[in-house]
Ligand binder design. Sequence first.
Ligand SMILES: C[S@@+](CC[C@H](N)C(=O)[O-])C[C@H]1O[C@@H](n2cnc3c(N)ncnc32)[C@H](O)[C@@H]1O
Length: 287
Amino acid sequence: MAVQVGDPQHETPEGRLDLETLELQLLLEGVYRQYGYDFREYAVASLRRRVWRRVHAEGVETIAGLLERLLHDPSVMERLLLDLSINVTSMFRDPTFYGAFRAKVVPLLRTYPFTRIWVAGCSTGEEVYSLAIMLTEEGLYGRSRIYATDINEAVLARAREGVFPLDRMQEYTDNYIRAGGKRSFSEYYTAKYGGALFDQSLTKNVVFSQHNLVTDGSFSEFNVILCRNVLIYFDKTLQSKVHGLFYDSLAMFGVLVLGSKETLRFMSHEECYQQIAPPEKIFRKVK
Ligand SMILES: C[S@@+](CC[C@H](N)C(=O)[O-])C[C@H]1O[C@@H](n2cnc3c(N)ncnc32)[C@H](O)[C@@H]1O
């Protein structure tokens, strides 16, 4: 975990970690050793808030009390995982990014016979469906394969179903138009199962699978890696480590996409990329 002895913000006058920080460290260590999920290098402020939310929801008094519960009851771990993995997402999120992708990346992809894309931290899949729609409209979907991964199996199950809340369709339609969508957005879904069921042809070239960016290895030879709004929850050391993973997984001249608040500055391999559509966080691996 990022907080260590020597960090004055979390020290007692005697130079020990304050009790809350110690309990948080023990919790993260317990989660890792018992369940294999490694949150020890996630950014502390947001972790602390979410852990306390789970402490209250489980009706215990302290973080140590939560640790005791979850070591003996995997269902508590499942609930904590949902809290810690922060699954907020939306279709055509940050529409200007999709516009820039169409303008700058699609022409590159047209020069390839086949495109391998990794969407890391895909959550419930809205981003994957958005990408599939865009590639379909650009005539590239048939020769693309999208690997969509997340740490959390529960969100992946929802992604595979492709049913999204009907009451968000107006917002998504607006995003789609701003993203340069070429058809009518409603062509892509039908009202079913109490939601909007997206056309299953959009996932025909998608493989959803569990992958942990912190503990699992690299893949190889992707032409595009999208990892948006995930690294923001990691501390700098962990971000740098994951950038190593992306660098190793990206083909030469491949494209790396980050979220709007994320950066490559001061990261390992920063000098190996060129930003190709500023201010959008779209980078090309050049060495
Ligand atoms: C805020 S969502 C971002 C979803 C989507 N990329 C977007 O921008 O809308 C962050 C996702 O990252 C996933 N995540 C967090 N830690 C991860 C890890 N170590 N490995 C893989 N996915 C992780 C979470 O489960 C969550 O679904």
